[in-house]
Ligand binder design. Structure first.
Ligand code: KIV
Length: 272
């Protein structure tokens, strides 16, 4: 019997574009640690996003603003260690790229060098285009993020659907075109009307990944903790939950506590 390791075809930006062009939908999920990344990579996910949502789901902050570059790199290193197939993208955290394209490039290079990830994602359009271009000029793949951009939550004031009004929708279309033209390998559209996503799709060449952006997107992304039902208070319309892990884990832990307290665990087979 052969002991040769099965060769795994890695997902690349080229492959992602090919998937879009051939009409194959792209799957993307967040991960922030080794164990979860290993599971979702083995399951066959195309893109793993080391999202700054780690600030919420891993660290318990109310917003994504507090997470630092070093903390993002720590999460990214853990994910990269686990991944054999997926394309790993890391969010540039708040304050690491806005208003200073040289700083943006330094942040992106630090992520790539210290984590071994394959690309970075940042939020915004024309306001950050100098940063996007400078990072791209260093050969680092960049993914855009438009619509609801959580790093701007204090500007928006709410997490409701974005770009319902004509002016915001038209800016989003211009920003998507700009990001596509300068060479982003993909754009995340978050919480916008489905018909606006369709307009973006008709305007750009690169893959569009939606979260709450409807059926027309070339792919979908969710936060893994939401999909698994580990976060239970977050219930937007766009979220499909596949498990209720908060309750399932809690029940298992309650059972364990009970087994320890009653002396049922460990039994005679669970000791040396
Ligand atoms: O940080 C994150 O998880 C994200 C996704 C919601 C797209 O940016």
């Amino acid at each position: 019997m052969s002991t040769a390791k099965k060769s795994i075809k890695k997902v690349t930006t080229h492959r992602l574009q090919e998937m879009k062009d051939q009409g194959e939908k792209i799957s993307m999920l967040t991960a922030y640690d080794y164990s979860m990344a290993k599971i979702i990579d083995e399951a066959g996910i195309d893109i793993i996003l080391v999202g700054d949502s780690a600030s919420n789901v891993m660290a318990g902050h109310e917003t994504t603003l507090p997470i630092t570059l070093d903390q993002m790199i720590y999460h990214a290193q853990s994910v990269v260690r686990a991944v054999e197939r997926a394309f790993v993208v890391v969010d540039l955290p708040f304050g690491s790229y806005q208003g200073d394209s040289k700083k943006a490039l330094r942040s992106a290079i630090q992520i790539m060098k210290e984590s071994g990830a394959h690309g970075v994602k940042l939020e915004g359009g024309s306001e950050v285009i100098d940063s996007v271009k400078r990072i791209l000029s260093a050969g680092i793949p960049v993914m855009g993020h438009l619509g609801l951009t959580p790093q701007s939550i204090y500007k928006f004031g709410t997490y409701t659907v974005r770009a319902k009004e004509e002016m915001e929708a038209s800016k989003l279309l211009k920003d998507a075109k700009l990001l596509d033209e300068v060479g982003c390998f993909g754009i995340v559209l978050e919480k916008i009307p489905s018909k606006l996503t369709k307009q973006v799709i008709n305007l750009v060449k690169c893959p569009i990944i939606g979260i709450g952006a409807g059926e027309h997107a070339d792919g979908q992304v969710l936060v893994i903790h939401d999909l698994l039902g580990i976060t239970k208070e977050f219930n937007p319309r766009f979220l499909r939950r596949y498990l209720s892990l908060f309750e399932e884990i809690k029940t298992a832990v309650e059972k364990y506590i009970d087994d320890v307290k009653t002396g049922d665990f460990p039994n005679e087979f669970e000791q040396y």
